[in-house]
Design a protein around this ligand. Structure first.
Ligand code: PMP
Length: 429
């Protein structure tokens, strides 16, 4: 372990790492492990959806409706049926939107700010709205909360989901705590999947705010690396849990096919309790006549149903597995005797969460950039971009081809070692 080395040995090691790093820089690489995008090979899997699934002779929905024209605010019945698979819900509770679930989440929160719900004051009329943010978490969730002026409160993410003791005590007495971000399956970036107990506690906990909302972002609900989990090990349905707890309006579920078909050109959808759906559709009806039904048709005909989705996701998994396994192998081989580092080994989703020795993350990301490897910014996984330990880094291994990922990881581990060695030396001076 680096921390156990004599200072002279640490100096020699640092000098060697500086030379390795210099050699890497000289290679003039340009690699990217920053954003969770599918690789081109994955996008190719969905090409039949563009070329043959909907043509000029087949633009009719199952009901006979001509999808080339206006109509149907909340989605074709067959599109609701499909998106219910992603939302783990029944089609009757689904609204199919446009191409981005983030937009649906943003709009849902904007509506609560502007109009309020269920007789409660609009959040924009309150002095303060607080929002619980499990960390490490998704930077774009935090960006939405920040844009709406919510005060973000970090809550630790454990192996079972958000630290529920902390959550329960934060929501119990403070009426200004209005909600929480949740990515229940293969969370971004840790890959954490919520336990049944966590889901039940979220549904049943006593909240001072009657308009408390769980934003249940099921972005990775079907993104298994090692096959579909059996019924027993699936995430408990927050909708059913909230119904049983007599808090039916507490949750809003979201999902999209961004990492199933085409990011930015997929289908996004939400599911909610009937009372929430009525409200959502009323406001949505003021904003649009209806979303893109041709895209809905394309997706329905291409993915078909739960079986079709599972088969398609298995094809994605075949491409992704070697990348995640490479990350796990490289980190294990290169960093297990360095000390101070830990990382997740997710069973699905799009990311690996890496914890560097405290105070090293920013430096690692800077060094990697110098050597031509773009990482997600240090701090991005924390509200306001501020990681108090300067430790967490999100690794996104999906986009680069395997040989590029291999090179990028070599650079990354060299940067981790160098940043840590420099930091230890500095602390001894
Ligand atoms: N939620 C999470 C947790 C994500 O990781 C992502 C994509 N990185 C999104 C939502 C984005 O979804 P969409 O493309 O549907 O807006």
């Amino acid at each position: 372990m680096y921390a156990d080395l004599e200072t002279s040995a640490l100096e020699a090691l640092t000098a060697r790492l500086e030379r390795d790093f210099g050699a890497m820089k000289a290679r003039g690489l340009s690699l990217n492990m920053a954003r969770g995008k599918p690789a081109a090979e994955q996008l190719d899997l969905s090409m039949p959806m563009l070329s043959s699934v909907v043509d000029s002779a087949s633009c009719a929905a199952e009901s006979g409706l001509d999808c080339r024209n206006y109509g149907v605010l909340d989605g074709l019945p067959e599109a609701k049926r499909l998106m219910a698979v992603f939302l783990d819900d029944i089609p009757e509770r689904v609204v199919v939107g446009g191409t981005s679930s983030l937009t649906l989440m943003y709009d849902a929160l904007v509506r609560l700010c502007l109009f309020g719900t269920d007789g409660c004051a609009p959040w924009s009329s309150l002095d303060q709205v607080k929002w619980l943010c499990p960390v490490p978490g998704y930077d774009r969730h935090f960006a939405i909360a920040e844009a709406l002026g919510f005060q973000m409160i970090p809550v630790a993410l454990t192996d079972e989901g958000p630290d529920m003791d902390a959550v329960e005590s934060l929501v119990r007495d403070d009426e200004s705590v209005k909600g929480i971000w949740c990515v229940p399956q293969y969370a971004n970036p840790s890959g954490t999947t919520y336990s049944d107990d966590t889901v039940r506690r979220l549904a049943t906990m006593e909240c001072a705010a009657s308009d408390f909302r769980i934003i249940w972002d099921n972005a990775y609900g079907v993104h298994h690396l090692y096959g579909e989990p059996g019924r027993q090990s699936r995430v408990l349905d927050i909708g059913k849990a909230c119904d049983q707890a007599k808090n039916p309006r507490r949750y809003l579920k979201f999902a999209s096919t961004s990492k199933v078909t085409f990011p930015g050109a997929g289908l996004a959808a939400l599911a909610a309790a009937p009372e929430n759906l009525d409200e959502i559709k009323r406001h949505m009806g003021a904003a649009t006549i209806g979303y893109d039904k041709l895209n809905q048709l394309r997706h329905v005909r291409f993915l078909e149903d739960a079986r079709g989705v599972a088969e398609h996701m298995a094809r994605h998994a075949r491409i992704l597995r070697p990348k995640f396994e490479l990350v796990a192998r490289k980190l294990e081989e290169s960093l297990s005797d360095v000390g101070g580092c830990s990382w997740s080994t997710p069973q699905g989703g799009y990311f690996v969460s890496f914890d560097a020795p405290e105070g090293c993350a920013s430096r690692i990301v800077e060094l990697a950039a110098e050597a031509g490897v773009t990482m997600t910014g240090a701090g991005a996984t924390w509200p306001y971009g501020r990681d108090p330990r300067d430790s967490n880094i999100r690794i996104a291994p999906t986009l680069p081809p395997l040989h590029e990922l291999d090179e990028a990881l070599d650079v990354f581990v060299c940067c981790v070692k160098l940043a840590y060695a420099r930091k230890l030396l500095e602390s001894r001076r």
